[in-house]
Design a protein around this ligand. Structure first.
Ligand SMILES: [Zn+2]
Length: 68
């Protein structure tokens, strides 16, 4: 039973979670973004870079408030 549920969770995670996210490459940044066109990124005065979601989370970034 247990491996079955874990497999479902993994599949859902893959479907709902994009693997690439965008961040403003600013030392004080606290958010990551699902799209490059996010309005919060429009305020970015640094370079916008794409990183993996795992990397963004490892940097303690949280999902942008506009994209929740
Ligand atoms: Zn955003």
């Amino acid at each position: 039973m247990k491996p079955f549920f874990i497999a479902i969770l993994l599949l859902n995670g893959v479907r709902c979670t994009p693997t690439t996210v965008y961040i403003c490459n600013n030392p004080g940044t606290t958010r990551y973004h699902l799209t490059k066109n996010c309005r919060a990124l429009g305020n970015c005065s640094h370079r916008i870079v794409s990183v993996s979601l795992e990397k963004a989370k490892s940097m303690n970034l949280t999902l942008c408030k506009w994209e929740k």
